[in-house]
Design a protein around this ligand. Sequence first.
Ligand code: PMV
Length: 320
Amino acid sequence: MTKATARAYPNIALVKYWGKRDSTLMLPLTGSMSMTLDDFPTTTTVERTPEAAADHFELNGEVIEGEPLRRVTKFLDLVREQAGIREFAAVRSKNEVPTAAGLASSASGFAALALAASKAYDLSLDPADVSRLARRGSGSATRSVIPHFAVWRAGDDETSVAEAIDAPDMRMIVVVVNAGNKEISSREAMKRTALTSPFNDAWVSSTEQALESMMSACADNDFTRIGRITETNALRMHATIQACDPPILYLAPTSLAIFNKVRELRESGLEAYATADAGPNVCVIARPEDADAVAAALVEFGSVRTMAPGPGAELLADSE
Ligand code: PMV
């Protein structure tokens, strides 16, 4: 094959990845667990271009240069090295995450790129291998290769891959909060956390425990425990990040208002739990039958979108 197209979806962690043990191999400090979403995919075509003198990268029809192109080339270099093929490639990506949605596109982006590039360069990889490769592009991409729910073990270069885990069916209600302030990248903020947050060691040990509890809550099909672990782990991550010097505040007043509202919903008998990544948007999990009522209670805070567990990275038909 010299050309392949793959599609992958974003994921939201219920136990967060925050911090690297090795930033070249992209090994995380702890394991993490996530739900892959069923909307906002990235679709990427990789086509080998034997005549070209460099890689070419287009995102939503626009030619991209600078740092994003450098990241794509660095990633393709790994694929070329594994394949023993030196040819450059044209990468055309379509991101369906509306720019304002604030959902990380690096997870879906590198998961789709890993699968498309591995096929275009004739590597025959199983899903664990694709997950391992995607990890080198962006940590959270490791998990987007896997459908529905994924657990990514810290491990070493060989074993640090994501695999599927059974969890009770649930919905994720994404509340997009328009905070207007420019975020510090997760890469930058992870570095600052490791260097300056006095809570970093406690974050690592409590997250290791949270992941073990999450695995047993999933095995028990226990949505309540899953929700409690999710919300506590997210707030611990933000507490750790806020304790950096200089501090980093990802949560906006509206984000906190949503966490409070979700607690009120629980007190009134509607079970839901909140989480948030490196930004002001809040994602709320609920049982499928409660999702509409939870979404309706959150529309006052921003635009709301309800998502179900979604597919893993998949190859599309036009590959040749
Ligand atoms: O791999 P990155 O740079 O997208 O980092 C992801 C960090 C969080 O989204 C905050 C947590 C996670 O586990 O996805």
